[in-house]
Design a protein around this ligand. Structure first.
Ligand SMILES: CC(C)(COP(=O)(O)OP(=O)(O)OC[C@H]1O[C@@H](n2cnc3c(N)ncnc32)[C@H](O)[C@@H]1OP(=O)(O)O)[C@@H](O)C(=O)NCCC(=O)NCCS
Length: 168
């Protein structure tokens, strides 16, 4: 039986997170091959405001999720982007990604976040409460079909959502 825990990223986890994200995204047809670098750039810029890892019984990092601030119509509004989400290929589809997403959303809500946006397969993310929010759209038309969001507090902002600089 496998056992794992979710905990905040600690100093020294950086190389293992980089490797995990690279391995998780490598087989994905939509991958741009740079998702692992994205995490490093977010961290270096101070934009990786929440970074959770899943560690297995031996301490190996087998899952990761990151959150970074966004703006809507250039204003900070207490909203965040949930990305990337990565699970080691050998243990995908065993509940690790779902547990990371639930834990990450709960922690961001506890910290007072007003809402979270995500870009990904809607079939997967809608089960966590993400939905189309009329009037809230990403800058990129390419992202639009995959863009979902959820309100944690207050009213949904209206306008164009821009990711942290690391996303380009
Ligand atoms: C996507 C990912 C984070 C999900 O984590 P996971 O631990 O494998 O998923 P879970 O075990 O929590 O959830 C499994 C369920 O999600 C579904 N699911 C997983 N990935 C999915 C995807 N990309 N699209 C649609 N459904 C997906 C599974 O079909 C399964 O459905 P079921 O519960 O109805 O059987 C993980 O598969 C991963 O790292 N993939 C590669 C990187 C990636 O694509 N990240 C997300 C980019 S937006």
């Amino acid at each position: 039986m496998s056992t794992w825990i979710i905990r905040p990223e600690q100093s020294g986890d950086e190389p293992a997170i980089h490797d995990l994200v690279k391995r998780a995204f490598a087989p994905m047809p939509f991958s741009e091959g740079d998702e692992q670098d994205l995490v490093d750039v977010l961290r270096a810029a101070g934009d990786l405001v929440l970074s959770l890892v899943t560690a297995d019984g031996a301490g190996a990092i087998i899952g990761h999720i990151g959150f970074s601030p966004v703006t809507v119509d250039h204003a900070s509004c207490g909203w965040f982007q949930m990305a990337p989400v990565s699970v080691s290929p050998e243990v995908q589809f065993t509940g690790i990604g779902s547990a990371l997403i639930h834990a990450g959303i709960a922690e961001m809500a506890q910290r007072g976040a007003h809402g979270i946006a995500v870009v990904g397969n809607p079939v997967y993310y809608e089960r966590f409460g993400f939905a189309v929010i009329p009037g809230l759209a990403p800058l990129s038309d390419h992202d639009s079909p995959y863009f979902r969001a959820q309100v944690l507090a207050g009213a949904a902002p209206q306008g164009t959502l821009r990711y942290a600089a690391a996303f380009g």
